[in-house]
Write a protein that binds this ligand. Structure first.
Ligand code: MLT
Length: 272
């Protein structure tokens, strides 16, 4: 069920289904909660699945200065805390972040550890942008505000999907493109500026003591398996799952395998 709450200057919309242990799914960039549709369906028989649209994305609104000033990862994390408080979820959640959602997850887990029971990192990174990548993001943010998101979407799509998905699975290509195209330029610019500013959390990973599951597509070109393996070496209780037949967009390219891993992990974490 789609619901929304008012948080200071923004309205945050989220999908809320099932009951029991809360599992929060944080989407990537430039996407919205719809990227988790198969996992929401699969998990809501076992848990309460809360999948927000991050500020500015999907049906959620953006703050007045966000497009120009950017939204830092800790601000998105604070929004999630605000959402949980507002809907009365006080118990620790299983927090799952995909790519940019993973950057937000780090901030949430480091700032509000008492609100986290376990973490799931999907196709994400711990390092900051290089100086060159940072510069590219700022330039793209300005361009997107002037010209729209078409060229960003066209440039990102081949990095998001595996070669096989791109050439043989038009339905997946269409679905991912549709979600990317529906993102508002202002939200995209805000997130680009925020990601450009994000910190390198590598040295802080050892502070995260909750059990972790790492999921990565075998052909992920944005957060490759080798990089995610090195993240797993810094976490204490960690399981590592490589998803075959998938690039970066594991949740949509091999939805069944991701749902199965998540379900197994949630069941383990809830003693089921
Ligand atoms: C994402 O999928 O969220 C993005 O690829 C993250 C990024 O651009 O660093």
């Amino acid at each position: 069920m789609i619901k929304s709450v008012q948080l200071d200057t923004i309205q945050l919309t989220y999908s809320d289904s099932g009951s029991g242990q809360p599992v929060v799914l944080l989407h990537g960039f430039p996407l919205d909660h719809a990227m988790w549709t198969p996992q929401i369906v699969a998990l809501s028989d076992h848990a309460r699945v809360i999948a927000p649209d991050l500020r500015g994305f999907g049906q959620s609104t953006l703050g007045p200065q966000d497009a120009e000033q950017g939204v830092e990862m800790h601000q998105y994390a604070a929004d999630i805390l605000g959402l949980l408080d507002k809907i009365g979820v006080k118990e620790p959640v299983i927090l799952c972040g995909f790519s940019m959602g993973g950057y937000i997850l780090w901030q949430f887990a480091l700032r509000y550890p008492e609100r986290v029971k376990a973490i799931v990192l999907c196709d994400t990174r711990a390092v900051a942008d290089t100086a060159e990548a940072r510069e590219g993001r700022i330039k793209t943010a300005d361009e997107v505000l002037r010209l729209g998101t078409d060229s960003l979407v066209a440039g990102m799509l081949p990095k998001m999907l595996s070669k096989a998905t791109l050439s043989q699975r038009p339905e997946v290509v269409r679905q991912v493109t549709q979600i990317m195209r529906s993102c508002q330029p202002a939200a995209v610019a805000a997130a680009l500026r925020g990601m450009a500013e994000r910190e390198d959390v590598t040295a802080k990973l050892a502070k995260i003591s909750q059990p972790a599951l790492i999921i990565v597509g075998t052909e992920d070109a944005i957060s490759p398996p080798a990089e995610m393996r090195s993240i797993s070496e810094s976490l204490s209780h960690v399981q590592f799952v490589e998803i075959p037949e998938a690039g970066h967009m594991t949740t949509m390219e091999n939805a069944g395998a991701v749902s199965e891993s998540l379900q197994r992990f949630v069941t383990e974490m809830t003693g089921g």
